[in-house]
Design a protein around this ligand. Structure first.
Ligand code: WT7
Length: 657
């Protein structure tokens, strides 16, 4: 974020307290912060006891081997049972769990009883394929109910899912399947997006075919949901249609309790190196915090609310706030397969009107693109059912915040700006809508039971009002338990910067400002991680994809400020000397943009690739991305005195402008 926008943010003086009526009906009592503070572990133990335990726990937190935490370790729990059977047994089986809307306009709803029945059958299918506790199952699906059913079925039998976002390439699938040693992949023939079917199984086929000279992959079976009805290749013995397998499966399945620390899922996310990290989450603590935050942050009244989080289940938001949090709370929710503007720019608002959505959770990038189109589109729909709006994934600028409240929220709804990460598993900083006086642009307050500090580089707490680095100072229930297969990287990445003398502090990688009221405003990543449309991308990963192309000698990637997507990927590339004349710069640039999309996925496709003759390097050879960012954002180039060759930036800017 530029200095300019930080200043605008911090001079924001508008305040929006909840209305008296909202506060009155709020699910959280005003003394919740004090209670959590007085007995933090007791507070979390009470939240955990709101779930069903096959065997109760006696110990809340085991922090004897930091930073490897165990929460509720001697308890036994079944995550899927908590999201399904529990509600049916409580008499809520007829409540709708999912209202699913396909992009072409088809729709299906599942009650809790129906969803439970489907998941039981699916669990039996998995068992029939020899999948058991601890086995890894990769899921590569469009946003259809079967994606949710598959995740819950894996959880139900104590296996571990690794959901791979449907926009990732076959190379990305291959790397993730190999890292987790997955035996089964659940996919679909294809899904709907922007009015067309995009193939999914093809990418899986390519990903699990043995590569030349390499061992066969770990995958023995592929379950295929029929959705796109596009043609697919079929490998007899390995591939199975989901609908055939479900129809043949036994309907009954009794959920057993697993240890609270039984792994629930691995989710890969970009870090500062080229290799994505498999973030590991476990069961009891994760479900405790996702359920509690989903209820308190969105003021969920499960009997009357209709909740809609627009995230795909391929991201952590879809795990915690489409699948586990809402279903653990017995919520009724909307699931939508496609893009916001297909077949018309009001599609989302049409869905809000159709289902009477009352709680809506989305990303600032979406809000900003709606702002661009204008209020006349949402204004033609009845959005009066909305009563809470949420934001996640990147900082929301005050203009977008106000627009969201005015145009979507009718000028009345509270907005909760929720800060968290794949690693934190659940929301860590957010207003509570019935309690907090909202401040546009600020995530504001740590969730009750969460301890956040803003530190200077020396590790001491900054004096507000001031900026610094955001850390979590005490373990929390939904914290990541590690990086799959790489404990050293886990410690190095998150815990080495600020932990000392036996005091462990989790470094999130974000800069943040704390004001005189103690409210926290996020300022963006401080590492080589970009945030494009609320999705995390690594500069290094995209640089590796670029240099893997035969024509590229060197590449440097930066995240440049973008009005709609927050940041955009901008690459600077030096071609190999024999390539300089082989094609025009425009041709090379187009070729490389496509190459990155093929290697990683369309979300990583650079917005611009500049072909340059030099890159700015220090005397020790480190690329100074900061200077390239100045160029990409159209600013005057900053201090170049530490460059080995100070004329380089002039050459680059002359070439580009
Ligand atoms: C990074 C985590 C959390 C689910 C979606 C992204 C940024 C997230 C906010 C927010 C400012 C935010 C941070 C964080 N971020 N939410 N409300 N305000 N920044 O999950 O891919 O793991 O990315 O997203 O930089 O570190 P993720």
């Amino acid at each position: 974020m530029s200095n300019n926008s930080i200043d605008t943010l911090l001079s924001e003086t508008r305040r929006f307290p909840p209305t008296a009526a909202f506060a009155e009906n709020s699910v959280t009592a005003a003394d919740i912060y004090e209670k959590a503070k007085a007995d933090r572990l007791g507070f979390w133990a009470d939240r955990a006891r709101e779930l069903h335990w096959h065997e109760p726990f006696t110990e809340t937190l085991d922090w004897s081997n930091p930073p490897f935490a165990k929460w509720f370790a001697d308890g036994r729990i079944n995550v899927a049972y908590n999201c399904l059977d529990r509600h049916v047994l409580a008499g809520n089986g007829e409540r709708v769990a999912l209202h699913w809307e396909g992009e072409p306009g088809d729709s299906r709803s599942y009650t809790y009883a129906e969803l439970t029945a489907e998941v039981k059958r699916a669990a039996n299918v998995l068992l029939g394929l020899g999948i058991g506790q601890g086995d890894r199952v990769a899921i590569y699906m469009p946003l259809v109910p079967e994606a949710v059913i598959a995740m819950l079925a894996v959880a139900r039998i104590g296996a571990v899912h690794s959901v791979i976002f449907g926009g990732f390439s076959s190379d990305s699938i291959r790397a993730r399947v190999a890292d987790a040693n997955a035996r089964l992949v659940i996919t679909a023939d294809g899904g709907w997006r922007k009015g067309k079917v995009f193939p999914l199984k093809d990418a899986v086929d390519a990903a699990i075919a043995p590569a030349e000279g390499e061992e066969p992959t770990s995958v023995t079976d592929v379950l295929v949901v029929r959705r796109g009805e596009n043609d697919v290749q079929w490998t007899e013995g390995r591939d199975h249609w989901w609908h055939d397998a479900i129809a043949a499966a036994e309907p009954e399945h009794e959920a057993e309790g697993f240890e609270a620390e039984n792994p629930l899922f691995i989710l890969y996310t970009s870090g500062t190196t080229g290799k994505p990290k498999g973030i590991l989450h476990t069961s009891g603590g994760y479900l405790t915090q996702t359920a509690f935050t989903h209820k308190s942050v969105f003021d969920l009244h499960p009997e009357t609310d209709v909740y809609w989080c627009t995230a795909d289940v391929g991201w952590v938001t879809g795990h915690s706030y489409v699948v586990y949090g809402p279903l653990a709370n017995g919520a009724t929710q909307v699931l939508y397969e496609g893009t916001p503007d297909t077949p018309h720019p009001g599609r989302w608002w049409e869905i809000v009107e159709k289902y009477g959505v009352s709680i809506f959770y989305t990303a600032p990038t979406a809000i900003r693109s709606f702002m661009k189109v204008g209020r006349q589109v949402p204004n033609t729909f009845d959005l009066s059912s909305l009563r809470v709006l949420g934001s996640v994934g990147e900082p929301i600028n005050p203009e977008a915040w106000i627009w969201y409240r005015e145009v979507i929220g009718g000028g009345e709804t509270p907005i909760v700006d929720t800060w968290w990460q794949t690693e934190t598993g659940a929301i860590m900083i957010s207003a509570l809508p019935g309690i907090t006086e909202a401040k546009p642009g600020s995530a504001q307050t740590p969730i009750p039971g969460i301890v956040i500090d803003i530190l200077g580089d020396d590790g001491t707490r900054v004096d507000p009002p001031r900026g610094g680095l955001l850390v979590v100072s005490e373990p929390w229930p939904s914290m990541l338990r590690g990086i799959w297969g790489d404990p050293d990287r886990f410690i190095e990445t998150y815990w080495s910067k600020f932990s000392k003398d036996g005091v462990w502090k989790y470094f999130a990688g974000d800069g943040a400002h704390v004001d005189a009221d103690g409210d926290i405003t996020l300022l963006g990543r401080v590492d080589d991680v970009m945030n494009v449309s609320g999705h995390r991308l690594s500069t290094t990963e995209i640089e590796s994809a670029l240099v893997s192309h035969a024509i590229v000698a060197e590449a440097a990637v930066v995240g440049a400020a973008d009005d709609t997507t927050g940041q955009a990927v901008v690459a600077f590339v030096i071609l190999k000397s024999n390539q300089a004349d082989a094609q025009t710069a425009d041709e090379a640039s187009a070729l490389l943009r496509t190459h990155v999309a093929d290697r990683i996925g369309a979300i990583a496709r650079p917005k611009q690739v500049f072909i340059v003759a030099e890159l700015p390097k220090t005397r020790s050879g480190k690329i100074m991305r900061r200077l390239l960012q100045d160029v990409a954002e159209g600013r005057a180039v900053g201090d170049t005195t530490t460059l080995a060759d100070t004329s380089v930036m002039q050459i680059i800017t002359d070439k580009i402008r």
